[in-house]
Design a protein around this ligand. Structure first.
Ligand SMILES: Nc1c(C(=O)O)ncn1[C@@H]1O[C@H](COP(=O)(O)O)[C@@H](O)[C@H]1O
Length: 161
């Protein structure tokens, strides 16, 4: 099957968080690509990536960045695809800068923003899976199976208190 999700990040230093999104996509058997793309450091690549994403067959873009995290919003401005923004935890401001940079988009150009850091990475993968699963029953059933497993783990955790 062709690549469905583009996972991009402002720097290789974001990988620990963005890998968690990729892990979920692997688990859900959704084909994806991963790439470092920066609005600040590689602006021409960022424009090209966003402009060609839909015609290349991608369905969702997951974009992670830290600090002055302009990547998700700028990519969202240049593509019609849904963009999920991951605020990577920054060393100076603990990711609050990343969160506010990503979440406060002006009306008209949305970025679906997840939590700061690793939970956000995982949830970005899941949210992409749920979007694709709305049109793909096999993916949706894998998302459901994952939820069922988590529910079972939580129910059983009481027994070891
Ligand atoms: N926020 C952005 C963008 C962007 O938004 O385009 N490009 C890189 N960065 C961020 O800079 C941080 C530090 O990067 P380095 O570790 O490479 O110095 C990373 O979290 C990256 O996402």
């Amino acid at each position: 099957m062709s690549v469905q999700v583009g996972v991009i990040m402002g720097s290789k230093s974001d990988w620990d968080t963005m890998k968690l999104a990729c892990d979920v996509l692997d688990e859900l058997q959704i084909p994806y690509e991963k790439k470092v793309v920066s609005a600040h450091r590689t602006p021409d690549l960022m424009f090209q990536y966003a402009e060609t994403a839909a015609e290349r067959g991608l369905k969702v873009i997951i974009a992670g960045a830290g600090g002055a995290a302009h990547l998700p919003g700028m990519v969202a401005a240049k593509t019609i695809l849904p963009v999920i923004g991951v605020p990577v935890k920054s060393s100076n401001l603990n990711g609050l800068d990343s969160l506010l940079s990503i979440v406060q988009m002006p009306g008209g150009i949305p970025v679906a923003t997840v939590a700061i850091g690793n939970a956000g990475g995982t949830n970005a993968g899941l949210l992409a899976g749920q979007i694709i699963g709305a049109f793909d029953p096999a993916v949706q059933s894998r998302v459901q199976a994952r939820r069922d497993r988590i529910q079972q783990e939580v129910l059983e955790s009481s027994e070891t208190l």
